[in-house]
Write a protein that binds this ligand. Structure first.
Ligand code: KIV
Length: 270
């Protein structure tokens, strides 16, 4: 790991050199600073904040203002990590809304990239943003913003046809200009095949070990979101606080485990 600030070129080089990329969500300056010091490469201000910060049961009520506020809290605390901000539900429904949201996340929030959920149906938006200099991460697989359409969260791409459609979506989004892909809750074999075919870094959350990097929600690795939601953590979550004396050590253990490939283990994969 170098101390130089992480940018898209660094992330591409890490992929090419087979160095795993360690990513986490953050929502405030204190955690941002600890993550940066622990060597986290990419920090995401995710719309998961609707659940872990605001206490809601889904992410759909999160607004652009919310993401801008939390990005502004995190951005000054990072001296090395690359900051990505989520485009909330319906904030990219039209080109002009998408451009307004991306402008606010980057100019007011300080993000270096925006992330949006969706497959090929978002290709035109991705192309429009990319052509205007907005780095985009395309989020495929489980899309939590679609919860009210799906009814429940479940692993995506298990059937051959669905897996093939996701492989095609990844290609289409990359061709449209996406600089990074994120795969959520897909079988490990599908994560591996999309990563092999991709030309940009692929980050996984519940997408197996053979992707370029891993991301988890901060509160999940500290073992506190399940308590708050009084539920069981998803299969892909590992509680890194369990064997560590403090939060800085837990975040360091997460980075080390992503880098040496010990996380995710087979019990975290689908
Ligand atoms: O909102 C979020 O935190 C995310 C991650 C779970 C990838 O999208």
């Amino acid at each position: 790991m170098t101390d130089a600030p992480v940018n898209i070129a660094v992330l591409r080089a890490m992929r090419e050199q087979d160095q795993r990329i360690a990513c986490l969500t953050a929502y405030d300056a204190s955690f941002g600073a600890v993550m940066d010091a622990a060597g986290v490469d990419v920090v995401l201000v995710g719309d998961s904040l609707g659940m872990v910060i605001q206490g809601r049961s889904t992410t759909t009520a999160v607004t652009v203002d919310d993401i801008v506020y939390h990005s502004r809290c995190v951005a000054p605390s990072l001296s090395r990590a690359f900051l990505v901000a989520d485009m909330p539900f319906l904030s990219f429904g039209t080109r002009s809304r998408a451009l307004d949201a991306a402008q606010r996340l980057m100019q007011e929030g300080g993000a270096a990239m925006v992330k949006l959920e969706g497959g090929r149906e978002q290709a035109k938006i991705v192309e429009f943003l990319a052509a205007r200099g907005v780095p985009v991460c395309a989020h495929l697989g489980l899309q939590p913003q679609l919860i009210h359409k799906m009814g429940r969260f479940r692993v995506q791409g298990r059937e051959d046809a669905a897996a093939e459609a996701m492989r095609r979506d990844a290609r289409i989004l990359e061709d449209a200009g996406a600089d990074m892909l994120l795969l959520e809750c897909v079988p490990a074999a599908l994560g591996a095949s999309i990563t092999k075919a991709a030309g940009v870094p692929v980050i996984g959350i519940g997408a197996g070990a053979e992707v370029d990097g891993q991301i988890l929600v901060l509160h999940d690795i500290l073992g506190i979101s399940a308590q708050a939601r009084s539920g069981r953590p998803p299969r892909f979550v590992r509680n890194f606080m369990q064997d560590q004396p403090d939060i800085a050590s837990a975040l360091g253990a997460y980075v080390a485990a992503v880098r040496d490939g010990s996380y995710p283990a087979s019990e975290h994969c689908f």
